[in-house]
Design a binder for this molecule. Structure first.
Ligand SMILES: NC(=O)c1ccc[n+]([C@@H]2O[C@H](COP(=O)([O-])OP(=O)(O)OC[C@H]3O[C@@H](n4cnc5c(N)ncnc54)[C@H](O)[C@@H]3O)[C@@H](O)[C@H]2O)c1
Length: 326
């Protein structure tokens, strides 16, 4: 059994590999080749309303079974510990033997970026030049890395709940990406104007930009909403979208960005296509440079397990990680 730290996961899962792993995961899931039981949420009320979330998946095509455990312990801030600790366990699909334990926080950030990267790669127009990123929190760096992995953007404009936050994020990221200007904006309106790719990754409960401000031909990603009460994407943009894709059909039960527009009669459930079906070639994507495309993600254990499997394979090939017998 191999133990892999956050630094190991960062090294073993470059964004290009993560994007391909996410495409593979969604393709297998859409084809009905995976088993992804409902996640189990264990409340821990005695610890300031803490909870532990267990998210398993089995992927026979890769001969692997895994589980990500992500907890939320608000009291950890005062203890100097991470508030959202996460780990992934990987088991051999043939023997059930534990193969690896790895950091789940870095894996989540990379794969959450990568699933957006998969959608942007498949749906944004090929010569996209300008990106916009709304939200500058923990997931934002992975989102930026993924946008730049799949398109040669000359400029990405970033905005958050304050200009100071956007400035700090832009300054931090500028050193990581040469050849692309990271421009802090005072608001989302400034960021999305004329952009070819827009990614929202916020904890917002209401739309974070004006749908009418989105240019024809834009590809929009909504990554942040994971409850019916959360939403980032305005109805006006959903109504303008020519093609709507989701990471899995879980979006129809969990994401306010999809549930709300369906309830309000703006779209129908059957308008929400699986990105995995686009990978498999059973549905079509963007038809021309003027169409607006929309992707919504709530995440899935299948993404975590397929990415963790890629990390494990790379660790074995490169001899990285600490071997432990248990
Ligand atoms: N789709 C997935 O697989 C997946 C995976 C992990 C996290 N998430 C979700 O993505 C969201 C972002 O995660 P995070 O870790 O970066 O969160 P975070 O709390 O670190 O950051 C949230 C960001 O949202 C910004 N924000 C909130 N309201 C806004 C508004 N109205 N306009 C502009 N910006 C606003 C905040 O300024 C902050 O920068 C969360 O809701 C999280 O649950 C989704």
């Amino acid at each position: 059994m191999i133990v892999l730290t956050a630094a190991d996961v960062e090294r073993l899962l470059p964004m290009g590999l993560a994007v391909e792993s996410c495409k593979q995961a969604l393709a297998m899931h859409a084809a009905g080749e995976t088993t992804v039981p409902l996640r189990t949420n264990i409340p821990v009320p005695a610890q300031q309303g803490a909870s532990a979330l267990f998210m398993p998946a089995s992927v026979p095509g890769l001969n692997t079974i895994g589980i990500k455990i992500v907890s939320h312990f608000p009291g950890n801030a005062a203890r100097g510990l991470p508030v959202v600790p996460g780990q992934v366990l990987v088991f051999d699909g043939e023997t059930g033997m534990l193969q690896a334990i790895m950091d789940g926080t870095s894996l989540t950030r990379i794969r959450t970026g990568a699933v957006q990267g998969a959608a942007t790669d498949l749906l944004a127009h090929a010569d996209a030049q300008v990106g916009a990123l709304i939200g500058c929190g923990g997931q934002a760096g992975g989102q930026l890395a993924a946008m730049l992995e799949v398109r040669d953007l000359r400029e990405v404009r970033v905005s958050a709940t304050s200009f100071a936050k956007a400035q700090a994020f832009a300054a931090e990221q500028a050193s990581l990406f040469s050849g692309c200007e990271i421009v802090p904006c005072r608001d989302a309106a400034e960021a999305v104007r004329g952009a070819d790719v827009v990614t929202a990754v916020t904890s917002a409960k209401d739309a974070v930009f004006d749908g009418d401000a989105i240019a024809a031909g834009c590809h929009v990603n909504g990554i942040g909403s994971f409850t019916p009460e959360m939403a980032e994407i305005p109805d006006s943009l959903v109504a303008r979208a020519d093609r709507i894709f989701v990471d899995t059909q879980d979006c129809l039960a969990e994401s306010g960005d999809i549930i709300g527009p369906i309830e309000r009669g703006i779209i129908r459930a059957e308008d929400c296509l699986n990105l995995g079906d686009l990978v498999n070639g059973s549905v079509t994507g963007r038809a021309d440079a003027q169409q607006i495309t929309l992707f919504n993600s709530v995440g899935s254990a299948v993404l975590d397990v397929v990415c963790a499997d890629a990390v494990l394979r790379a660790a074995r090939e490169q001899g990285i990680g600490t071997q432990v017998a248990i």
